[in-house]
Design a protein around this ligand. Structure first.
Ligand code: ADP
Ligand code: MG
Length: 423
């Protein structure tokens, strides 16, 4: 990776501002899924072991520049504290004298979490004054919030004007895994793409077209392709204005010799709701008043056969309306199949909010080679776009490297802190 990481500076006795992605679901004051908090632990632990004083910052939800009590970070601080087994204080506000004071009193090995950054509109506006204040809390900046790297906000981009900026370990891993897909995937390389709409994924499909050997297309987006091939799709989700794009993509696959699998059979339902009447039909005989809600068993088998030889697989987007368990067979079957492939040594990367949720529901997260924590960010990365939050970090081989201090493979241990120092 061409970005400097936390391995490239000594955090000992330094105040380190870490932008994390703690945008987790909270219900009744409790964190209901702490995977994003857990994902940031390697970086936090490494910095604490190295004797840093940590100022953590994140957004939660969309409070749109106002204080919204249900988006306060206190439940997150509690969960993080429990995981780290260190008390984590959360400030009342990201700004203000109280916060400055709390930052000033930090000691090596201690962790302070700033209140939700998006309580200030200045965060999303990438306001320089706000960024400068955040920067004033620390000596060094670390970005571990890959999920927000596609946004140029004060805490992801603005702050790097004022502090030397390094990648955290999660950020590093995300960049490494996604770069492998882009630059040097072991072949055969296959992409399983589903989800609701083609529209948001056309650029990704075009980019992947240059790289993959096989596409397996399911979910609502497959309907637009089926129509592109001359089928009808009844009442199913269809993007009429994308049929031409679908045709173009089909033609490109043909021309490049990329295997392009569409459903040959589908599950259709009278209504897209739990308990609705449903049946399996051939993809060229979708009845008029029914909706496609899942891939059929023949399609699942065909996808698995096509994916069997793959050494690298990228999956984005569920293959059916998996939120309704009856319509989740295809998604679950493919998730289990991909977990087995990963177990056998293939590189399996899953990206996208809903696909990741499907994998989590099945308890298969640990099985996959990599689960991207950033839905939108991972897709933008695979579109070949430069993510502003990554671009802003120090390059390994450039003039800006002057910011970097001495390199230590293992951050040096500080005397007064670190996990080892705790009773
Ligand atoms: P991801 O978050 O993994 O990128 P998307 O957001 O693109 O995935 O799509 C997820 C949504 O697609 C899910 O809510 C799912 O219900 C929906 N979906 C999947 N298949 C269909 C279908 N056949 N018809 C309508 N919606 C579908
Ligand atoms: Mg989604």
């Amino acid at each position: 990776m061409d970005k400097l990481t936390i391995r490239d500076f000594d955090p000992g006795r330094k105040r380190v501002f870490v932008r994390v992605d703690f945008n987790v679901p909270v219900e009744d004051g409790k964190v209901v899924d702490d995977s994003r908090i857990r994902a940031s632990l390697p970086t936090i632990r490494a910095l604490l072991r190295g004797g840093a004083m940590l100022v953590l910052a994140s957004h939660l939800g969309r409070p749109n520049g106002k204080v919204v009590d249900s988006f306060r970070l206190r439940p997150v601080a509690e969960r993080l504290g429990a995981l780290l087994r260190v008390p984590v204080r959360v400030t009342g506000d990201a700004l203000g004298l109280g916060t400055q004071d709390a930052v000033a009193r930090l000691k090596p090995g201690q962790v302070l979490l700033l209140e939700n950054l998006r309580f200030h509109a200045a965060e999303e506006a990438n306001d320089p004054g706000f960024a400068k204040t955040l920067a004033s809390y620390a000596d060094v900046y670390v970005n571990d919030a890959f999920g927000t790297a596609h946004r140029a906000h004060a805490s992801t981009v603005g702050i790097t004007q004022y502090l030397p900026a390094y990648a955290g370990l999660l950020m590093e891993r995300e960049i490494k895994m996604l770069s492998t897909l882009m630059e040097s995937p072991e072949r055969p390389f296959a992409a399983v793409i589903g989800g609701a709409k083609v529209s948001g994924k056309i650029t990704v499909l075009d980019e992947l077209m240059k790289r993959v050997d096989t596409f397996c297309i399911g979910g609502g987006m497959a309907n637009t392709f089926l129509v592109g091939k001359g089928h009808t799709v009844g009442k199913s989700l269809l993007e009429k204005d994308r049929v031409e794009d679908a045709k173009r993509i089909l033609a490109a696959a043909e021309e490049r010799g990329v295997q392009f699998l569409l459903p040959t059979d589908v599950v259709v339902a009278k209504e897209v709701t739990r308990g609705a009447e449903h049946k399996v039909v051939p993809a060229h005989k979708i009845p008029n008043s029914w909706s496609v809600v899942d891939i059929g068993p023949q399609t699942t088998a065909a996808f698995q056969a096509a994916l069997e030889p793959a050494r690298t697989i990228f999956w984005n987007g569920p293959l059916g309306v998996f939120e309704v368990p009856t319509f989740g067979d295809g998604t679950r079957a493919i998730a289990r199949f991909l977990a087995r492939k990963a177990d056998e040594g293939a590189t399996v990367v899953v990206g996208g909010g809903d696909s990741v949720a499907a994998v989590q529901q099945l308890g298969l997260t640990e099985k996959m080679s990599h689960i991207s924590t950033g839905g939108g960010a991972s897709l933008e990365f695979l579109e070949g776009r430069e993510l502003p939050g990554i671009a802003a970090l120090l390059d390994r081989d450039s003039g800006r490297q002057g910011h970097a201090e001495e390199r230590t493979a293992e951050p040096a241990s500080a005397t007064s802190a670190g996990e080892g120092a705790r009773p």
